[in-house]
Design a protein around this ligand. Structure first.
Ligand code: NAD
Length: 323
C-alpha cells in the first residue's frame, strides 16, 4: 500500500519518544457500540484513516466484548505496512464480564489482546477505567504486572484511563517516576467540559503524556445524538441537543467545531475520536487541516459556548467509593 498521503500533525507523547497524530482513531465504534458496523466498513475506515495520516489507534477488549480488537486487528493487517508505521493502544482490567485488575488477569489479558489484534506487541497498554477498581491495587499489583509485560516486550508503554480526574494524581503520586508513561482522560476536554486543563501542569511536571478522548462527548455533540447507554444527565443531554440544533440551523457542523476546539490545545498529544465510516474520517481530518489554515469559527463557537454555559463542566458519577 502507498505511504500516507496527508501530513497530519504529529505530536510528542510525554517522554515516550512516540509521535502520535493529533487526531487519533478511537476504535470503540468498530465494536458496534454506537450502532452496527460491517467488517468491510471497518477495514475501509481504518485504511482511509491511515492514508490520511492518522497513525494512532486505540481499542480495548471491553469495546463490543472483544469485537473492536478483532476488527482493528483485521484492518491493520489489511494495511500491509510495517508494524513501526502505526501506534496501537489497548487496555486491560475492564471486560464485558466486569472488572478485574489482578496481576493474573491482566497478564493473561495482554496475550488474548495480542492474538485478537494479530500483533506481537502493543505500544501502550492502559489499565482501563481504574476508578472501578481499588486504586491501591492498581498501584501495588496491576502496574507492577504491567511493568513485567513491558520487560517482556509485550507492551512498550504503560497508561491509565478513567473519568474522574483525581484518580490520575492518586496513582501518579504513588508510583516511581517513569512507571506510568501516559494517561487517557475522556469527556474532559471538549466544548462542554474542559476540566482536564487544571491537571496539565502536573502531568507535564511528571513527564506523563496526555491523550484526550471523546471530543464529541461520546455522541452528545453529534447530529445523530448519544447512544442509549450514555450516562449524562437529562439536563446535559438537552443542552447539547440545543447546541447541535443551533449549529444545524446555521448549516454548520457541530462535530467539526467540537473537534477543532479539542485539537487547538497542543499540550494534548492526541485527541481520540471514535470513527466508523470513511466519510467521518475524511470530515475529521479535514477539520484539522482547516484549523491549521482558517482557524476555528469563533462566532459559532461563542454561540455554542453560550448555549452550553449552564451545563459547563457538568459530568456524571463513575466508579466505586475508594477508601
Ligand atoms: P466521541 O466523542 O469520539 O464520539 C464518537 C461518536 O461520534 C460515534 O458515534 C462516531 O460515529 C461519531 N462521529 C465521529 N466523527 C463524526 C463526524 N464527523 N460526524 C458525525 N459523527 C461522528 O466518543 P468515543 O468514541 O467514545 O471516544 C473516542 C475514543 O476514545 C473511543 O473510541 C475509545 O477508543 C477512546 N475512549 C476511551 C475511554 C477510556 O479509556 N475510558 C473512554 C472513552 C473513549
Amino acid at each position: 500500500m502507498a505511504m500516507p498521503q496527508a501530513t497530519m500533525e504529529l505530536r510528542p507523547l510525554g517522554n515516550t519518544g512516540l509521535k502520535v497524530s493529533a487526531v487519533g482513531f478511537g476504535a470503540s465504534p468498530l465494536g458496534s457500540v454506537f450502532g452496527p458496523v460491517a467488517e468491510a466498513d471497518a477495514v475501509a475506515t481504518v485504511r482511509e484513516a491511515f492514508r490520511l495520516g492518522i497513525n494512532f489507534f486505540d481499542t480495548s477488549p471491553y469495546y463490543g466484548g472483544t469485537l473492536s480488537e478483532k476488527m482493528l486487528g483485521k484492518a491493520l493487517k489489511a494495511l500491509q505496512v510495517p508494524r513501526s508505521d502505526y501506534i496501537v493502544a489497548t487496555k486491560c482490567g475492564r471486560y464485558k464480564e466486569g472488572f478485574d485488575f489482578s496481576a493474573e488477569r491482566v497478564t493473561k489479558s495482554i496475550d488474548e489482546s495480542l492474538e485478537r489484534l494479530q500483533l506481537d506487541y502493543v505500544d501502550i497498554l492502559h489499565c482501563h477505567d481504574i476508578e472501578f477498581g481499588s486504586l491501591d491495587q492498581i498501584v501495588s499489583e496491576t502496574i507492577p504486572a504491567l511493568q513485567k509485560l513491558k520487560q517482556e516486550g509485550k507492551t512498550r508503554f504503560i497508561g491509565i484511563t478513567g473519568l474522574p480526574l483525581d484518580i490520575f494524581t492518586y496513582v501518579l503520586d504513588r508510583v516511581p517516576p517513569g512507571t506510568v508513561d501516559v494517561i487517557l482522560s475522556y469527556c474532559h476536554y471538549g466544548v462542554n467540559d474542559s476540566t482536564v486543563l487544571d491537571l496539565l501542569p502536573y502531568l507535564k511536571s511528571k513527564g506523563v503524556g496526555v491523550i484526550s478522548a471523546s471530543p464529541l462527548s461520546m455522541g452528545l455533540l453529534t447530529e445523530q445524538g448519544p447512544p442509549e447507554w450514555h450516562p449524562a444527565s437529562p439536563e446535559l443531554k438537552s443542552a447539547c441537543k440545543a447546541a447541535v440544533a443551533h449549529c444545524k440551523s446555521k448549516d454548520k457542523k457541530i462535530t467539526k467545531l467540537a473537534l477543532q476546539y479539542s485539537l487547538a490545545n497542543k499540550e494534548i498529544s492526541s485527541v481520540l475520536v471514535g470513527m466508523s465510516s470513511v466519510s467521518q474520517v475524511e470530515e475529521n481530518v479535514a477539520a484539522v487541516t482547516e484549523l491549521d489554515g482558517l482557524g476555528i469559527d469563533q462566532e459559532t463557537l461563542s454561540e455554542v459556548e453560550a448555549i452550553l454555559e449552564p451545563v459547563k463542566n457538568l459530568t456524571w458519577p463513575s466508579g466505586i467509593q475508594q477508601n
